[in-house]
Design a protein. Structure first.
Lengths: 585, 622
């Protein structure tokens, strides 16, 4: 989070999008003016009726009838225009936000993993969901209400001036206090409301936590203590909502009172003029009608300031994201070589932050079809090597060469499709089982998916699901066990058929019985591929052609299981500690 | 309609206040309805030319008076009614939480916490709307409408009243018809937004998978689908709300036109005065808001019926486990735990989770329970704690059925560590000393030392005052568990149950903690002449290895029992698992390095890096 305050100019992000709808926006603009004029002409009309047709020697009903019918026509037109204008403006807003969302999401997808590792997921999601929604409000609420409010205000002032300049100017004296009042109250209500939301959040958080930990509360016999704690928060919330309501009522009632007092004042000063014959009664009436309408636009506009502020903040955040430059760039015109699965790490170093290298000068050659295991403590650099082979990160020094070509010269998609990865946490998406396996690519046939599932042994449990392959996986696929999820991810790998396969702690979260079942699947999936396995359990890597032991970013030992035991080094010690425990039995 | 009881009894309880509040709100609105009539009279006097300065001053003074009085009473009445309404939300939330505090896991299993919270928030808010806003608007709207209509009909002309108000009467109808549809459609677009949020969350959470498969375009396509769904729902909403937004002013304008035309006609015919006409146009303008509000009140009432019903049902839930009024023995629990021929099945299922379980744990003794997932271990713990009631006469403490103790006594006597090491987002101090309202700092530290978490805590930014959770430190699984064990030790209860509570702790730390615990138990037995009876439930045999007795559960039955050496000698399930797990200790040992030793590395690794970033972000947030 940067401390820099959002600039007013932050809304410029929106300009290019608005330009695309320029013509329509102008149309909306004119429609708003038309609708407001039709609405505000009412007091004027009454004035005309009174002064011209009623308070004259010979009242003229026919003219009144003509005028009413004409106005009826206008009102019906205004009805249509109001509807059309609103729909038009909203459509513009909705489609701008749509384009913005897509551009933002596309851009984020292009960013490299460093961005996702350094930015919390919550913030990215807020950016895509809430910030864009705030801009939606900018169009649907701010723009529409402000436009209408400003024109109403201007037109009222215009009509007043036309009626009588002096009285109009007196009426305008009301403007500064009303505006100040509105600004003051809006500000006050905003802060009080922020407090309400904060306290509400506290109550929600407390409830959520205590409901999920209710059994702990009960077992520790602390129900009363927790109820008391809730009541404190609940009371705080109550107080702030009452305060908010008080401010709100205060604002509302003061505005009402001001409106009535303004009428009284008009009557007093205007009445004298009418008696004195300087103005007609109709004019006084029209003024009373207009002064009543003075307040609403001001309140509406001042309410919109919240929305304006949050849209500025939102658009600032969005433009920052859009300005992020992807770390990993594809070389122009890159082509992929013939893939056999040969990997060469050539003096590779990696530092996630300058000056703090994680990997130091790693040299390693992996032949096509070779199976290599990596062991070592967390932070030893196992996963970092995988981050390089998949080009999630670029090397700081040296080069990763796959099939004779530096991977920085590969097209990214070709590289990623040649290197498959199975992780400890299998990521499943909301959708059917079959779509999860083929990653929502409908052009991959169902038969191919079934075949893959049969091969890894996933079909029996899939068919046991209520709708087989079409079963929808719920949120985070909690209905499937860890082992079942892992089987699905193996099937996914088979579908994508990469030459190089990385198993990143793929069986770490499984109990030993499930792991046994999975070993068979691993065996089938890895056949004919270059296999890189990261593991905690030594048993998982014992069978590998080569085992690399990593310590603090260096390969300290490598060789087969037997060789490493004979070396009596780190690997041997790890293995030995288990032996000792067995002897204790 | 039983839900109405909640509101009804609340009104009865505060009837005096509500009477005053409602009369003030209604009175204020009735007064407000006088102003157009008054202006009409001024008009007539002006027109007749018989209005002198004094009369004018009188009228103006009257208007000012009415304005001040009507605003003051309306204001005061609304403050009262709103205040009471908000107090009702406080009270309902309090009652709900008190009710929820008495419900057992079986209830929490079948009800989502998200739903429960939404009841405590939205349903309660809807009820608040009914008793504050709904009441205010209903009273003030009808007072103003009736007052104005009365004045118009009696003092002017009923036909003109009908012409002017006729179109306006459609407004509440429009609100009633379109309001719920607009609300529904707005919910739908919110849901569509939620669907997009969900997919974003999935994709960002699974970004490694997405990138690893090179399937960015696929997820962009899915995202686009959701965005388009939002557009469709939003536009449907826009059409409805724009229609509503155009129809309401249309009705007002039609009323105005009828008054203008027909009123003009009556004026030229001298059937009504200019003052009447003026008053009429003002009435029509004035009644727009109250009529919209009356429509809104109808919607509020409709919505609140469902909410009242739900809240009422929630408050009526009967807790499954309660103090048995008959044969209650209000004594502290002591002695040994005895389980006799316990069989149990959950009411919702046919399967017996536990079958014929018997064992005894004496003070200062430890029982180990071993079994795979689904073997019934945790159910057993739940029954001992009376999270569900065991069958009569199957679980005894000190020779008495635990069903006959008050719940508070029972739970005071048992300390427990849950599987997940559940902690609250409060200070470390408050978490470990959870069983006390004002935890004793020294004792908390002592407990933390026993579970080898003290050093970790000293490393936190504010040590024992550090908040746990999102706003403070995030703990690893092992740290959580050790914290939860410290909490159990702090409680210092005669009975202890540890439910698989060392699973995320590496074996050497586990060994240390268990040794400390045994020491503690022995020393306390030296002090008081009797120690704690401990039950350790575990997946990992090393945790129960030193127990006085170990029972092996399989599908709800005890299949083997004895101490460690006997069970090894038996060469059955326990022994075979022992040899298998012994083979795994090498890896567990390595796990330990990962879980605990990560931060000791001198070279910063990725995790440390990320942690630093997190911490930096945290500092900024603070």
């Amino acid at each position: 989070m940067s401390s820099a305050t959002p600039k007013r100019g932050a809304l410029v992000t929106l300009l290019p999008y608005m330009k695309a709808h320029q013509a329509k926006l102008w149309l909306v603009f004119f429609l708003v003016v038309a609708v407001v004029v039709i609405e505000l002409i009412q007091p004027w009309l009454v004035k005309e009726v009174i002064d011209r047709y009623v308070t004259v020697a010979k009242p003229d009903f026919n003219s009144i009838l003509v005028m009413s019918s004409a106005y009826l026509g206008l009102v019906l037109v205004a009805f249509g225009l109001t509807y059309y204008q609103e729909v038009l403006l909203q459509r513009i807003g909705v489609s701008i936000v749509r384009s913005l969302r897509l551009d933002l999401f596309r851009h984020i997808q292009r960013l490299a993993l460093r961005y996702f590792d350094q930015t919390s997921a919550g913030r990215i999601i807020t950016n895509v969901v809430s910030d864009t929604e705030a801009l939606n409000n900018f169009f649907t609420q701010f723009l529409s209400n402000t436009l209408r409010g400003i024109f109403s205000l201007l037109l009222i002032m215009f009509f007043m001036l036309r009626l009588d300049t002096v009285i109009a100017l007196y009426c305008f004296l009301l403007l500064p206090p009303v505006v100040l009042l509105a600004i003051y109250f809006q500000k006050k209500i905003r802060t009080v409301n922020a407090e309400v939301r904060h306290r509400l959040g506290v109550v929600i958080g407390f409830l959520a936590e205590n409901l999920s930990g209710m059994s702990i509360v009960q077992i520790f016999n602390q129900e009363l203590k927790q109820q008391k704690a809730l009541n404190e928060r609940n009371r705080a919330l109550l107080e702030s909502t009452i305060l908010e309501n008080r401010w709100f009522l205060c604002f509302f009632n003061i505005t009402e009172l001001l409106g009535d007092l303004a009428i009284a004042a008009l009557l007093w000063f205007g009445g004298k003029e009418v008696i004195g014959g300087t103005i007609s009664f109709g004019i006084l009436y029209a003024f009373i009608g207009y002064i009543r309408r003075f307040f609403q636009p001001i309140n509406t506009i001042s309410q919109q300031m919240n929305i304006l502020q949050s849209s500025i903040v939102a658009s600032d955040r969005i433009s920052r994201t859009l300005q992020e430059v992807p770390d990993i760039q594809e070389l122009m015109g890159a082509t992929a070589p013939e893939v056999t699965g040969k990997i060469q790490l050539d003096g590779v170093s990696l530092a996630y932050r300058a000056g703090y290298p994680i990997l130091h000068n790693i040299n390693l050659l992996i032949r096509p079809g070779e199976r290599v295991g990596f062991v070592g403590a967390t932070g030893a650099g196992k996963s970092s090597i995988m981050n390089l082979v998949t080009r999630f990160y670029d090397v700081t020094a040296g080069a990763v060469i796959i099939d004779g070509k530096d991977i920085r010269e590969w097209p990214l998609e070709a590289l990623r499709r040649s290197v498959g990865i199975v992780q400890q946490d299998v990521m499943l998406f909301s959708g059917s089982i079959i779509d999860n396996i083929r990653f929502f690519q409908a052009d991959i046939s169902e038969e191919r998916v079934r075949e893959a599932c049969r091969l890894v042994g996933a079909e029996p449990f899939i068919l046991r699901q209520p709708r087989g392959y079409e079963t929808m996986l719920s949120e985070r696929a909690s209905t499937l066990s860890a082992g079942e999820r892992q089987l699905l991810s193996f099937a996914r790998v088979l579908i994508f058929d990469p030459r190089i396969l990385i198993l990143d702690e793929a069986t770490a979260s499984l109990d030993s019985r499930t792991e046994e079942v999975l070993q068979e699947a691993i065996h089938r999936v890895s056949a004919g591929r270059t296999l890189l396995v990261i593991a905690h359990r030594l048993s998982t890597v014992q069978q590998m052609d080569t085992i690399c032991v990593l310590e603090q970013g260096r390969i300290v030992e490598s060789g087969t299981h037997g060789e490493l035991l004979r070396q009596r080094g780190y690997y041997w010690r790890l293995h030995q500690s288990g032996m000792l425990l067995e002897e204790a039995a | 309609m039983s839900g109405l009881r909640i509101v009804g009894s609340y009104f009865r309880q505060h009837w005096a206040l509500y009477t005053v509040g409602i009369s003030m709100v209604g009175g204020g609105s009735l007064l407000a309805a006088q102003i157009p009539g008054l202006l009409g009279r001024v008009t007539d006097s002006l027109r007749d030319g018989r209005l002198g300065r004094a009369e004018m001053a009188g009228y103006v003074g009257l208007i000012v008076l009415i304005a001040v009085v009507r605003v003051a009473t309306g204001w005061g009445g609304r403050v009262l009614v709103h205040h009471k309404g908000r107090e009702l939300t406080y009270q309902l939330r309090k009652e709900l939480f008190e009710k929820w505090s008495t419900l057992t896991p079986s209830y929490y299993h079948s009800h989502s916490i998200g739903d429960m919270i939404s009841h405590a928030l939205s349903d309660v808010e809807v009820i608040r709307e009914l008793v504050s806003q709904g009441l205010n608007q209903g009273v003030s709207g009808s007072a103003m409408f009736l007052g104005a209509t009365y004045l118009m009909v009696v003092h002017v002309d009923w036909r003109l009243t009908l012409a002017g108000l006729g179109p306006l009467l459609f407004i509440p109808l429009l609100v009633k018809l379109l309001g719920p549809q607009i609300r529904l459609q707005s919910q739908r677009s919110q849901e569509a937004l939620g669907a997009m949020a969900q997919i974003t969350e999935e994709v960002i959470g699974g970004i490694r998978t997405v990138k690893a498969f090179g399937t960015e375009d696929v997820v962009i396509g899915r995202f686009e689908g959701r965005v388009d769904a939002i557009v469709a729902e939003k536009m449907r909403f826009v059409h409805l709300s724009a229609l509503f937004g155009a129809l309401v002013p249309l009705m007002v304008n039609l009323g105005f036109i009828f008054v203008l035309g027909y009123g003009g006609f009556l004026m030229t015919e001298k059937a009504i005065s200019l003052g009447d006409f003026v008053a009429f146009t003002l009435f029509v303008a004035m009644l727009r808001m109250p009529l919209e509000q009356l429509g809104n009140v109808i919607n509020i009432v409709q919505r609140s019926v469902a909410s009242l019903q739900r809240i009422d049902e929630l408050l009526q839930v009967v807790p499954e486990v309660v103090d048995r009024k008959e044969a209650l023995q209000d004594l502290p629990l002591q002695g040994s735990i005895q389980v006799r021929g316990l069989s149990f099945r959950y009411p919702s299922s046919e399967r017996e989770v536990l079958q014929d379980i018997s064992f005894t744990v004496h003070p200062a003794q430890t029982l180990g329970i071993i079994g795979a997932m689904g073997s019934g271990k945790s159910t057993l713990a739940n029954l001992l704690l009376r999270m569900s009631d065991p069958p009569e006469g199957t679980v005894l403490v000190g020779g008495r059925d635990i069903l006959h103790y008050p719940l508070a006594r029972l739970r005071d006597a048992i300390a427990y560590v849950p599987q997940d090491g559940f902690l609250f987002s409060s200070m470390v101090l408050e978490n470990i000393g959870f069983s006390d309202e004002y935890p004793d700092r020294e004792r908390v530290e002592c407990c933390a030392k026993i579970t080898a978490i003290h050093e970790n805590i000293l490393g936190f930014p504010e040590q024992y005052d550090t908040e746990i959770g999102d706003r403070g430190v995030r703990l690893s699984g092992g740290q959580k568990q050790r914290m939860a064990i410290a909490r159990m030790i702090y409680k210092d209860a005669p009975f202890q149950i540890m439910d698989d509570s060392l699973s995320a702790v590496d074996t050497s730390t586990e060994r240390r903690i268990l040794e400390n615990l045994r020491e503690l138990s022995n020393s306390s037995s030296a002090d008081e002449g009797k120690g704690k009876a401990t039950i350790i439930i575990s997946n990992r045999l090393s945790a129960v290895q030193h127990a006085d007795e170990i029972v092996v559960l399989e599908e709800g039955r005890i299949v083997e029992r004895g101490n460690h050496s006997r069970l090894i000698a038996l060469n059955g399930i326990y022994a075979s698992q022992w040899f298998m797990q012994a083979g795994q200790f090498e890896e567990s040992e390595l796990d330990g390095v990962d879980a605990e030793g990560g931060r000791d590395h001198t070279t910063p690794d990725l995790d440390a890096e990320m942690e630093a970033l997190e911490a930096g972000r945290l500092e900024e947030a603070l």
